[in-house]
Ligand binder design. Structure first.
Ligand SMILES: [Zn+2]
Length: 336
């Protein structure tokens, strides 16, 4: 087992001491797309003690171009990303405690999902959830590593609570950035998230072993142009989060229905429902429509829309951006 990490402990920045610290660390990766799969595979291989991976989605063919942990068999088995990641990574390093959780991270559950962790890693594709991570990070003094990649470029920054500027010092009003580009509209080439995910991983390692050299600025790259820049970020004097006001965590912006940006789909949440029996739901729906399901999700078609239901009561309605239609169909077929 010691031999497994020999090439890493030879590196003076880690050493035997650093390896022990990694082995005693608990990290949570929120979002398991291109960034998340790179971070998860690197940190599991590096011998991080406990790794929790949270993602709300299942795998589609257009993910395979850059989401390195997944394969065609996962798609045929209709596995959610978090479950597929957990299964593959357990075969990579059985000494790491790996936990895949299929969930939408929102203000009702984030404090429970990050409790006890030493570090939060951002593998997300939206600003709102990042602001939520930022709130929970500052409130509970858990550092986090921001990362984002799109097209051929990307950026990353460490947020060490009450020490460095926070994410909202950088992005003052994230909710007004309604026309933000997404991978679904602007595209992405795999080296952009690979580089950013790798930078996030090395910052995670440095934070976990307590290295002096952690990055204290915003790193921006463009892999197509071969550009790499670092910017100083100042704390904004009027930053609400730095002043201890956690608007996203308090649920000021709500969550019940969200149009999934760029995907022509709407997500409906039902935080009161609790664990849903997909088997029972299938039995109820089978007389009405064709249903397919496994232990993680159930799929059926209604009025030309595909509805995918997860066991946490969440559903995604495809081929629409109409939130009230989605809520209506949810109430009719799944429950209020
Ligand atoms: Zn701030």
């Amino acid at each position: 087992m010691i031999d497994r990490y020999s090439r890493q402990t030879l590196f003076p920045g880690i050493g035997e001491e650093g390896q022990k610290k990694l082995g005693n660390s608990y990290v949570v990766i929120i979002g398991c797309g291109a960034l998340g799969t790179i971070i998860a595979t690197s940190l599991v291989r590096a011998g991080t003690g406990k790794v929790r991976i949270i993602d709300r989605d299942f795998i589609e063919y257009h993910n395979l171009q850059r989401q390195v942990l997944f394969n065609e068999e996962d798609i045929k088995a209709e596995l959610p990303k978090a479950i597929a990641a957990e299964r593959h990574l357990k075969k990579v390093n059985s000494s790491v405690e790996i936990e895949g959780i299929v969930a939408d991270v929102n203000y009702t559950n984030i404090e429970r999902l990050v409790a006890g962790t030493d570090l939060i890693l951002d593998g997300l594709d939206n600003l709102e959830t990042r602001c939520l991570i930022n709130d929970v990070s500052l409130k509970h003094k858990i550092p986090w590593v921001y990362g984002g990649a799109i097209s051929s470029y990307g950026m990353t920054m460490n947020i060490i609570p009450h020490e460095t500027p926070c994410f909202r010092c950088l992005q003052a009003s994230p909710t007004s950035a309604g026309v933000a580009l997404t991978c679904d509209t602007a595209g992405v080439i795999s080296p952009a998230p690979f580089v950013i995910g790798s930078l996030q991983t090395v910052e995670a390692m440095k934070i976990l072993v307590g290295a002096e050299e952690i990055n204290r600025g915003l790193i921006m790259i463009d892999v197509w142009r071969g550009e790499f820049n670092r910017f100083e970020i100042r704390r904004r004097v009027d930053c609400l989060t730095c002043q201890g006001r956690y608007e996203f965590l308090e649920g000021k912006f709500g969550v019940r229905t969200t149009s999934l940006c760029g995907q022509n789909a709407v997500q409906v949440l039902n935080t009161k429902m609790g664990e849903l029996s997909l088997k029972e739901l299938a039995a109820r729906l089978e007389p009405v429509t064709e249903v397919s399901y496994n232990e993680f999700m159930l799929r059926f078609t209604v009025d030309n829309h595909e509805m995918i239901v997860f066991s946490d009561g969440r559903a995604i309605l495809r081929n629409t951006t109409d939130e009230s239609l989605a809520r209506g169909l949810y109430a009719k077929y799944i429950g209020a």
